[in-house]
Design a protein. Structure first.
Lengths: 284, 329
């Protein structure tokens, strides 16, 4: 096989890890609260700026900056729910989606106000690894590894802990769980905070690879939605698989065509799949 | 509702004055008025679908087709926009139906519909960027300028273009009125309420959905075409993609998507607000204006889901109705 094609496939696999991590948080929130955060990628963007600012402007160690960035995104996720979603929990789901869309503009503009529209980066150059003629970016490898660990961690939390069980129960049957004495509000807030935290984790990984600017959410936000819907909104395992399908289409398509054409291919594939299987690849 | 009718008539007088006023104003205000008229058309077109819970987050796709097709035809083949624009509208409708048909067949609604349309908007934007040889990619492109010409629909005189934009706006309102008064409104309202029940009652769900989709997307393309002709500059970010698609949705909702003049008020509100905030803050605080705008949007959707006009109507026309008597949503 062509070595460049192999390289494209491996890089696609690594990109898939980050997409999977991005989709996890969004899927968790949708599965439990039945809300689509259109601003999810903007929460990631905000956390990227937090890490950038702590590391570059304040000179904190990178790991500490990342930890604080994750904490910041966790609080932001909690606030999104309490301030924006909770007041309209009873109205049409599409209103909730649109309210978070308003938040998208707000976060974008606030970032522009605070940091300007310049592209910023940490200025860290991680080495590029070579395996038998195949070049792999080290930062992508880290991202892939951490994404997998994050996914497994979330799985264990949901499967093995009491709170995780409560979250899954609410996702299965909202009304009955309320009657059983589960505190829905607490579960929702907890879920939003975890979703925000996952966005923060993704931000730490993305900020190593990409420049951050106020509109970066618009570049990978749509891909994240696509991954989630393709896997079946709320279906975390489906989202995980879909992340790797989409990333392969983009990576291998990018080998044969220009990058934008590869993305068009991914979006068209998504639209066709949704029209064939609206419930997603793993939906019931 | 005879009292309401009288009130409505009273409301039309200042409206007519407001519509005519820009003809006598400076270039700057005419510039704002042209933008308000064109975007009113686009927002009205979106609301034609949005009011029936067909929440499209991808109308940028049709705006983009409407903007780029006539310009590409004009620049490369010298085809007049008078032909290019209808063609762009037809292409937009075709694109909408290609996606809308299976969407309706498969009952893709709610979140899924929103996200599929979002992807469609992204596809058109990426295609425009990818075809950079003819479209100029992210840098954008300009229609070949020939000075003032009705044939090329290039009217540097802002008052003239305002007249054209007004006609387009009125076409949008006429479409709204046509829907409002027709059986199609009842059919689509019943579909929005409960699709299966509507189907059981004999409503041709697929047909009605496709009809409103065609009307809405065709008019959006018209708006996109006029905007490109007016600005004489096209870019993929301004004419398609997620950002502009969401702006369309928000302005229509802010104004009120259940009233004929709601989207128009939304256009005036958003454009005057951004312009006002821009003047207020100047260039020192880039983003300050939009930060306030974004916060306002959230507040609107939470507290005034019926928008400015819808809320005003409730307050003005039904002042005595007790709150408790309103049906819970």
């Amino acid at each position: 096989m062509d070595i460049y094609l192999l390289e494209a496939i491996i890089n696609g696999l690594l990109l898939g890890g980050v997409l999977a991590l991005l989709s996890l948080g969004l899927n968790l929130i949708f599965g439990v609260i039945d809300v689509v955060w259109i601003c999810y990628a903007e929460v990631v963007m905000a956390a990227m700026y937090a890490v950038f600012w702590l590391y570059s402007a304040l000179g904190w160690p990178l790991l500490v900056a990342c930890a604080v960035g994750i904490a910041f995104a966790t609080v932001l996720g909690l606030l999104v729910h309490v301030v924006v979603i909770e007041p309209i929990l009873g109205s049409a789901p599409i209103n909730q989606l649109l309210a978070t869309g308003g938040l998208l503009f707000f976060l974008q503009s606030l970032a522009t106000l605070l940091f300007g529209t310049d592209f910023r980066n940490l200025g860290i150059r991680l080495p590029v690894l070579e395996f038998g003629g195949i070049y792999v970016s080290f930062s992508r490898l880290i991202a892939f590894g951490v994404a997998l660990v994050g996914a497994v961690g979330l799985y264990l939390f949901l499967a093995r802990t009491y709170l995780g069980t409560a979250i899954r129960a609410i996702a299965q049957d909202r009304e009955v769980m309320g009657l059983m004495g589960a505190n829905e509000r607490r579960i929702y807030i907890l879920t939003s905070a975890i979703g925000g935290g996952l966005a923060g984790l993704a931000a730490c990984l993305l900020v190593l690879q990409y420049d951050v600017h106020p509109f970066i959410g618009l570049t990978f936000g749509p891909i994240t939605f696509m991954v989630c819907v393709l896997g079946g909104l709320g279906n975390m395992i489906g989202g995980f698989i879909a992340a790797f399908i989409i990333s392969q289409i983009i990576a291998v398509g990018g080998y044969y065509f220009p990058v934008e054409a590869a993305e068009v291919l991914a979006f068209v594939f998504f639209i066709v799949m949704i029209l064939i299987r609206p419930q997603g690849i793993l939906g019931k | 509702m005879s009292g309401a009718r009288g009130l409505r008539f009273l409301l039309y007088l200042p409206l007519a004055a407001a519509v005519a006023a820009p003809f006598f104003m400076s270039d700057y205000f005419q510039h704002l008025a042209v933008q308000i008229a064109i975007w009113s058309l686009v927002y009205t077109a979106w609301a034609l679908m949005g009011r029936f819970r067909l929440t499209s987050l991808g109308h940028g796709a049709f705006l983009g087709v409407g903007a780029y097709v006539p310009t590409l035809l004009w620049n490369n083949f010298g085809v007049t926009p008078w032909l290019g624009i209808p063609l762009a509208m037809a292409l937009s409708v075709a694109l909408a139906l290609i996606v809308g048909y299976p969407c309706s067949r498969q009952k893709v609604v709610g979140h899924y519909f929103a996200l599929v349309t979002l992807a469609l908007g992204q596809v058109v934007m990426l295609v425009i960027v990818a075809a950079r040889e003819v479209t100029g990619g992210s840098l954008g492109m300009t229609p070949r300028a020939v000075g003032r010409s009705w044939y090329a629909l290039q009217l540097p005189n802002k008052a003239e273009f305002y007249a054209v934009a007004l006609v387009a706006w009125l076409i949008g309102l006429a479409a709204w009125r046509f829907v409002e008064r027709g059986m199609i409104r009842l059919a689509l309202e019943s579909i929005a309420e409960d699709e299966d029940a509507a189907e059981a009652a004999g409503v041709d769900v697929l047909r009605e959905k496709l009809k409103i989709t065609a009307l809405s997307t065709g008019l959006t393309a018209l708006g996109g075409a006029l905007y490109a002709q007016y600005l004489m500059y096209l870019s993929p970010d301004a004419m398609s993609g997620v950002g502009i698609s969401l702006e369309i949705v928000f302005a229509a909702i802010a104004g009120g998507m259940y009233n004929m003049l709601g989207p128009t008020v939304g256009a005036a509100f958003t454009i005057l607000l951004t312009e006002g905030l821009r003047v207020l803050f100047g260039t020192h605080f880039i983003g300050a204006a939009n930060t306030i705008y974004g916060a306002l949007l959230v507040v609107f959707i939470i507290f005034m889901p019926r928008g400015i006009v819808g809320t005003a109507e409730r307050l003005l026309l039904q002042p005595r109705q007790p709150v408790a008597a309103q049906p819970a949503e």
